[in-house]
Design a protein. Structure first.
Length: 184
């Protein structure tokens, strides 16, 4: 568990996961030679944000997961148009007790992945809270909406979810468990 006021950095560029503690004020020093793209993952606790990021980065799924504490930072190195890019995925806790910390999550974010769990209606209802908070802090960054855990019942993909349409967000059905629609 991370200390209060620190960020856990998980480097998933290889199959091994290494974790180091970094104070938020030192974050800029982690990769000062690279321009990083900061992508934040938002949604209620236990919607599968961590599992989605891990599935994307290492194409792996382990069913056991401890709740994210405050924020976990996953670093991923790739090339875009021949240029080296480091994508930092900020996986937020999603727990109400961390609400006062959210403004730091939004700082200098370039994009957002908004996640809900199709098996828990309350996580869909809470999207408005997360989206409003996102837009208060980062009004112009791109955001996508992801419906996770479709592997529990694929019939859910036949349902219509108005939140994405009403807010003009790209929308995807995914499963971190079996990898459905989680692609690089």
């Amino acid at each position: 568990m991370a200390e209060s006021g620190s960020v856990v950095v998980g480097d998933l560029t290889g199959k091994e996961r290494s974790v180091v503690k970094v104070k938020p004020e030192d974050y800029e020093l982690v990769d000062k030679d690279f321009t990083a793209v900061k992508i934040i993952c938002l949604g209620d606790s236990a919607v599968g944000k961590s599992k989605l990021v891990e599935r994307f980065l290492v194409d792996e799924f382990k069913s056991q997961q401890q709740s994210t504490y405050a924020v976990t930072l996953y670093k991923y190195e790739t090339k875009v148009r021949g240029e080296k890019v480091i994508a930092d995925f900020w996986d937020t806790a999603g727990q109400e007790r961390f609400n006062s910390m959210h403004t730091s999550y939004y700082h200098q974010a370039h994009a957002c992945i908004l996640v809900f769990d199709v098996t828990r209606k309350i996580t869909y209802k809470n999207l408005q809270h997360w989206y409003s908070e996102l837009r208060q802090n980062r009004p112009d960054i791109p955001c996508i909406l992801v419906a996770n855990k479709i592997d529990v019942d694929y019939k859910v993909t036949q349902k219509s979810f108005k939140f994405a349409r009403n807010n003009h967000l790209p929308f995807y059905f995914v499963s971190a468990a079996d990898g459905t629609n989680v692609v690089k």
